[in-house]
Design a protein around this ligand. Sequence first.
Ligand SMILES: CC(C)(COP(=O)(O)OP(=O)(O)OC[C@H]1O[C@@H](n2cnc3c(N)ncnc32)[C@H](O)[C@@H]1OP(=O)(O)O)[C@@H](O)C(=O)NCCC(=O)NCCS
Length: 160
Amino acid sequence: MDVPAHPAMTDEQHPHGFTVSTDPARLDLDLIHRYLSRESYWAAGIPRDTFTRAIANSLCFGVYDAAGQQVGFARVVTDRATFAYLCDVFVLPASRGRGLSKWLMGCVVAHPDLQGLRRFVLVTRDAHALYAKFGFEPLADPTGYMHVHRRNPYQSPPAE
Ligand SMILES: CC(C)(COP(=O)(O)OP(=O)(O)OC[C@H]1O[C@@H](n2cnc3c(N)ncnc32)[C@H](O)[C@@H]1OP(=O)(O)O)[C@@H](O)C(=O)NCCC(=O)NCCS
């Protein structure tokens, strides 16, 4: 069986000059890490080496403005066949409210490596209505769902 090249590349133009790309070389790692570690409620304090490993082993989507500056991001942890987990979605404050996250989500769910999955999951505090536009829905029956969840994993490192 032919295994698709890793990662699949997409470059999509947005009417206002924005671009979505899965090219890892375009990612502004300093900007993404700064946002996630300082601004996000879910990855506050994430160490740089943990972040770097996460990026290296994920399908990452960057959103870029007409000047090539990164203004948004989404990360998908996936086997590219049966399962995917969407996380780390953000658009920088100055670029919000223009439909960029909806366009980004459209690119994510249309990506060729994310078709026919058995399960595509995410966790959100308050953006349910965004993801609902793309087919995500609350667990109908959470009784079979189990997880190990470390709360604030980067705030209190385990004792040596
Ligand atoms: C959530 C976020 C990515 C939205 O980006 P955006 O480009 O401004 O959003 P868009 O302009 O594409 O519009 C988003 C749509 O989802 C809706 N929505 C639902 N929940 C939302 C939320 N928590 N924040 C923003 N929009 C939300 C909006 O109302 C809008 O729908 P509409 O066009 O029908 O009114 C952005 O506000 C952000 O980065 N927030 C901080 C990080 C975050 O919370 N990320 C999501 C973690 S699960």
